[in-house]
Design a protein around this ligand. Sequence first.
Ligand SMILES: Nc1nc2c(ncn2[C@@H]2O[C@H](COP(=O)(O)OP(=O)(O)OP(=O)(O)O)[C@@H](O)[C@H]2O)c(=O)[nH]1
Length: 304
Amino acid sequence: MNTNFTLPRPLRRTGSLASSRTVRIVILGQAAVGKTAVTVRFITKRFIGEYDPTLETIYRHELSIGADVVHFEILDTAGQEEDALLIEEKIKWGDGFVIVYSVTDRCSFNEVMRLCFLVNHVHSAARKSSAEPPPIVIVANKKDLEFDRMVTTEDGENLSKALKLRFHEISAREGCEETAAVFHALYRDVVPLLSSSPTSFRRRAVSKLMEKIPRIHSTTTLGPTALGATSVLGPTSVLGSTTILGPTSVLGSTSTLGPTSVQGSSFMLGPASAVSSSSTLGLSGLGPSGRGFSFSTSRDFPRD
Ligand SMILES: Nc1nc2c(ncn2[C@@H]2O[C@H](COP(=O)(O)OP(=O)(O)OP(=O)(O)O)[C@@H](O)[C@H]2O)c(=O)[nH]1
């Protein structure tokens, strides 16, 4: 497949004094706590029921926060036990961290402290100075599952207070805005550190490992100039004012296997196959194992 097509520039407001920043966020937490659900909810404003637990992906997402155009790069980790060196590489890569547990899973709550310690340890060792601790937000997910709750709100608040970290209790299933608030808060914590650290830690942290993680690029340009405007990249698709760019050059085709209807959206997961032109609207990707996935919707994403 020819992947040498020219990428259209993301739509931007013109005449704006907005600054543009890239912020790298790493989502950590035990398996099945909802890391992917939280990430996808933030990017697409949709809740998609099931994901391949083995997929580890960097989502690229652009949006306006206040006067800034923010390029989020969000690493959704696999949540499985892995080599300590691998997890360290990922932590080094990040500017800010979301540590997720499920209120229905005490074990995942108990893991939070260890992950916080790990993030702090890796960052302070890499910076070799008494720099500010890395911004971390603790997220208690699945609060909609009240009957299955094993971790109280107070438990989460107490832990966060003890660790001096932000705490958000959310439901990726039910809350779009509360999920976005997590990322916005983290962004506000990260920005001062980026500005005060010109010799950014992140530049030293680029590794071959990080380059191997598949990337999905979605661009949401908000504001009057963008509304109703669309761009198309390659054989993937466009939603309303939201441009979803398929994983650039990773694949120009996606395949679908047994779409499942989830809240008016369909979600498809399965091995990649040659589909030269997909009418799927949504994100598409290729997992590290070469397995393709996509999720789609027949509706426009809601706009802010
Ligand atoms: N009820 C409810 N279910 C949720 C919520 N968030 C995620 N889930 C479900 O929890 C399961 C796991 O969600 P994922 O997003 O795949 O979890 P993960 O942490 O990325 O899992 P791994 O990739 O295995 O690490 C899925 O069945 C989701 O539909 C939520 O807020 N409420």
